[in-house]
Design a protein around this ligand. Structure first.
Ligand code: GLU
Length: 471
């Protein structure tokens, strides 16, 4: 069985998601079960509802689990096993107070020595402390394991002193709960972030003390760097899975990118099912990988291109195929759903010729925009160049608006196709060249640049009266 073991203490980070994807893929490849274990040992840092959020994200990414467990449900077993270890002489109660240990730590700092817990301190404060912790006895020999990404990893026995496995309130420590649960659920392969490498010898020691001898393979995934080559912090927007989704990156594109980064793959654009066919941990780079949002943008666009108009319309919260078609056309210049929404919102908003430069959020659905009429008269923010063009062409825009509105009201057939409309408008207004096309483009799309109007027009045509309205 493989497992993904998120802590419900914060938003899901792309590093966590990458580990979840790899575990899922290997479980599917090996035809083993995939377990989700919510590691809720840290009562103070647990955030209400985060577990549900993580589970719904995993669902969204198609990482379906066979079993779901909450670590806290196993606390009773963790305590029973700790008692077992005490009976075997592999663990002991430690009564040393926090202050006592802090003093010892300070002494070590002053002597310029690394701090090491000494087993002889365990009972020194026995009469003063009614709530002892339980410590596992330190390693007697060096601990090594083979890491499927990093290769051989070796830890000196002196690095592992007797460490706490059960706290004074009977709650197991992370290392203890994790190691015992991996044993209880018969985990065959642990794939997790590199930050856990130093926990692994402790977790191995715990199982060795219990004489558990089933083999567990390990892989620690290199950390993810930001664009400046520094460790990506949880505070950076781009590291948050939720943020990426809010920007309009598709789950399948994010998944594709997280599998692709720092990996040798037979192709660049692929689905989860395809990744299951070719994925091998041996192709994962040992060095940290840099998160490149531009590459993610490219991958997102490629996945968006594979959608049909109906699928695109649904993602844009519209049931109208014309909206889906417009979305697809705008892939010429947009890479995320939000960028497409922004373009479509501009099309459907009133075309003010007075510059107000009002910023609007692009999260509103197209359906809402369609129905917005003049209620939400602010068009999307104009950049400086557009504002300048608007000042130059505002009279021509008003003139075109009037001419086209007359044609609509007269039910003139010329509005049915772009070439006829263009010819008619040219002859009525005597405008030509960019004096015609720039204001016409603004009137039809709310922008002075974009895809060819004759490609857009068949889909704009149904909303024409709405599209060309002013405030
Ligand atoms: N709960 C740990 C974390 O979220 C993962 C531990 C593990 O995979 O062993 O970082």
């Amino acid at each position: 069985m493989l497992r993904f073991a998120p802590s419900p203490t914060g938003d899901m980070h792309i590093g966590n998601l990458r580990a979840a994807i790899f575990n899922y893929i290997i479980a599917r490849q090996n035809k083993e079960e995939f377990l989700i274990r919510i590691e809720d040992t840290d009562k103070v840092r647990n955030i209400e509802g985060k577990d549900k959020e993580i589970l719904s994200l995993l669902n969204l990414f198609g990482l379906f689990w066979d079993r779901l467990v909450y670590q806290s449900d196993n606390f009773k077993y963790h305590n029973l096993i700790a008692q077992e270890l005490i009976k075997k002489g592999k663990a002991f109660y430690c009564y040393a107070s926090k202050e006592f240990l802090e003093n010892k730590r300070q002494e070590a700092i002053e002597e310029n020595k690394p701090f090491r817990y000494k087993d002889c301190w365990a009972e020194m404060q026995k009469d003063e402390n009614p709530n002892p912790v339980i410590r596992l006895k330190s390693a007697e020999k060096d601990i090594s394991f083979y890491d499927e990404v990093k290769g051989e990893c070796k830890f000196d026995k002196f690095e592992i002193d007797s460490f706490v496995i059960i706290r004074e309130d009977s709650i197991p420590t992370y290392n203890f709960a994790c190691s015992i649960d991996d044993m209880l659920y018969n985990i065959s392969f642990i794939i997790r972030g590199e930050d856990h490498t130093s926990n692994t010898p402790k977790q191995i020691l715990i199982r060795q003390s219990l004489e558990y001898d089933s083999e567990i393979k390990h892989a620690h995934l290199p950390i993810i760097l930001n664009k400046d080559g520094k460790k990506m912090s949880k505070r950076e927007n781009e590291s948050s899975v939720k943020w990426l989704l809010e920007q309009g990156f598709l789950p399948k594109a994010i998944l594709n990118y997280l599998v692709l980064m720092g990996n040798k793959t037979p192709k660049e654009i692929f689905s989860l099912e395809e990744a299951i066919d070719f994925f091998s941990l041996s192709n994962i780079s040992k060095s940290p990988v840099r998160f490149d949002i531009d590459q993610l943008r490219y991958i997102n666009r490629e996945h968006l291109k594979n959608l049909n108009e109906k699928e695109m319309a649904l993602l844009l919260e519209s049931s109208d195929l014309s909206i889906g078609a417009l979305g697809k056309i705008y892939l010429e210049e947009a890479s995320t759903l939000n960028e497409i929404r922004d373009r479509i919102k501009k099309i459907l908003s009133p075309k003010n010729t007075e510059i107000k430069n009002i910023e609007s959020k692009s999260t509103e659905s197209c359906e809402e925009s369609c129905n917005a009429k003049s209620k939400n008269a602010e068009s999307s923010k104009l950049d400086d160049k557009d504002a300048k063009d608007l000042a130059i062409y505002k009279d021509k825009i008003s003139l075109l608006r009037k001419v086209i509105l007359d044609l609509i009201n007269a039910n003139d057939n010329v509005i049915n196709d772009f070439d006829s409309l263009k010819a008619k408008v040219m002859s009525e207004t005597k405008l030509k060249g960019k004096d015609l096309f720039l204001p016409l483009r603004f009137l039809l799309t709310g922008a002075f640049s974009g895809p060819h109007l004759n490609i857009l027009y068949p889909y704009l045509r149904f909303y024409l009266k709405d599209i060309i309205r002013g405030e």
